[in-house]
Design a protein around this ligand. Structure first.
Ligand code: SF4
Ligand code: SF4
Length: 102
């Protein structure tokens, strides 16, 4: 698995991405109605350390999020989870589907 510190800069070119405050507590996973274990804990971490492959491999999970913000409202670290998911979708749209918007 290849890590590239430039990945997060590429993601942040046109969007904000806030995940470094995550302390991996698991509250978001416990509360998510979709049972999304990957989001946000693991997937956001992959972005922070620069593993693009994992983001591209998990498109289905990224698009399964309801954007309901139940996780975000209970996150003790104030991570803007839904906005981060939107950012990841925007990146996939640009990178994979060659779309310019979110
Ligand atoms: S609830 Fe917040 S701090 Fe806890 S794992 Fe989820 S994103 Fe990280
Ligand atoms: S915003 Fe997405 S990750 Fe968060 S609780 Fe809702 S479905 Fe789950």
């Amino acid at each position: 698995m290849r890590a590239d510190s430039r990945f997060i800069d590429e993601i942040k070119t046109t969007e904000s991405f806030n995940a470094t405050a995550c302390m991996n507590c698991g509250v978001c996973t416990a509360i998510c109605p979709m049972g999304l274990d990957l989001l946000p804990r693991q997937l956001f971490r992959y972005v922070v350390i620069g593993v693009e492959k994992k983001v591209l491999e998990n498109q289905e999970t990224i698009y399964s999020c309801l954007m309901c913000k139940m996780c975000e409202q209970n996150c003790p670290a104030g991570v803007e989870i839904a906005e981060n998911v939107r950012t990841l979708r925007g990146y996939i749209n640009r990178k994979v589907f060659r779309l310019s918007g979110n």
